[in-house]
Design a binder for this molecule. Structure first.
Ligand SMILES: Nc1ncnc2c1ncn2[C@@H]1O[C@H](COP(=O)(O)OP(=O)(O)OP(=O)(O)O)[C@@H](O)[C@H]1O
Ligand SMILES: [Mg+2]
Length: 288
């Protein structure tokens, strides 16, 4: 399923003195199955764009089509709910049910499913985000770690099997290892189900590793649109630049583990895995 923004504008608090135009003349075509990272300074309109893509806000000008469905038409609300999984900024604040299973299953209410079907769907969503069903089903969502809560919220967005998932800063506030685990997980879910992902983030490193495309917003306008695979290979420009902190870290690790660093260990995730295994002894600590 794709998302198509055509000349979209949106102003918050339209009839008040604090009216604020958040999105202006924004056009973008996101094809089926693409992972798009949306970046830009604070206040540039990223969350507003995510809400427009999710049908939670409707544009004042222009049109947003989600899988060909115009989000502005009221009658389309139900259809959009089925197509889109939306995870808000700090989604853990929206957990409210007494158990993990009930929280994730909330998204299936009103779908005329048997209890058994609901349980199966919830179980599948939980396993896909790495929360073993039996271990977590009756836990209170409020007594989970930050990373676990984030997973519950993502499972809640996946439980309807949406074709599009919109995530507003899914990794913010998580420790680096958990952050990479979560990105890896999202990538695997996306690959397995070929869903389209719009991921709002301030994490350039994560975006470069996991997205297909980077979209930069500036003051509500599209400032840049970059396909990651078409970027100039880093090695062509790196020789003339001072080493990045990541490369310096790699050199430090080479000094500690001479001859043991695999060639091509330049991705942050691979480096973190290596450090987790050799230095932190946390490998396999699945309990994010
Ligand atoms: N409910 C609201 N009422 C009035 N103005 C708003 C409202 N929500 C957002 N805005 C304004 O719209 C603009 C875009 O906000 P938005 O939340 O989309 O930015 P953002 O890029 O997600 O920022 P951040 O990185 O801080 O999350 C900002 O100037 C913000 O102050
Ligand atoms: Mg935001």
């Amino acid at each position: 399923m794709g998302i198509h923004f055509q000349n979209v504008s949106f102003t918050h608090a339209k009839r008040s003195p604090v009216r604020q135009t958040a999105i202006s003349r924004f056009s973008l075509e996101v094809p089926d199955g693409q992972i798009v990272a949306v970046m830009g300074p604070s206040g540039s309109g990223k969350s507003t764009l995510g809400q427009l893509a999710g049908g939670l806000l409707v544009p004042d000008g222009g049109t947003v089509w989600v899988d060909g469905v115009d989000t502005k038409k009221r009658g389309n609300r139900r259809i959009l709910l089925q197509k889109i999984g939306y995870v808000a900024q700090f989604p853990e604040h929206q957990l409210f049910e007494a158990t993990v299973v009930r929280d994730i299953g909330f998204g299936l209410r009103g779908l005329r499913m048997t209890e058994r079907e609901v349980a199966d769907r919830v179980k599948r969503a939980m396993e896909s985000v790495g929360l073993p069903y039996e271990r977590y089903r009756d836990r209170s969502p409020f007594r989970l770690s930050g990373g676990e809560k984030r997973r519950v919220a993502i499972a809640g967005a996946l439980v309807r099997d949406p074709g599009i998932v919109i995530l507003d800063e899914p990794t913010v506030g998580l420790d680096p290892v958990v952050r990479i685990q979560l990105l890896d997980l999202l990538k695997r879910i996306q690959a397995a189900n070929r869903i389209t992902v719009l991921c709002i983030t301030h994490d350039l490193q994560g975006a470069l590793e996991f997205a297909d495309r980077l979209v930069f917003l500036d003051n509500g306008e599209l400032a840049a649109d970059v396909m990651i695979s078409e970027m100039t290979p880093a090695c062509e420009i790196a020789s003339s630049l001072p080493p990045t902190p990541l490369i310096r870290l790699l050199k430090e690790l080479e000094a500690v583990f001479p001859g043991q660093i695999p060639a091509g260990l330049v991705r942050e995730q691979a480096l973190l895995d290596f450090m987790a295994e050799r230095l932190l002894h946390t490998k396999g600590r699945g309990g994010v």
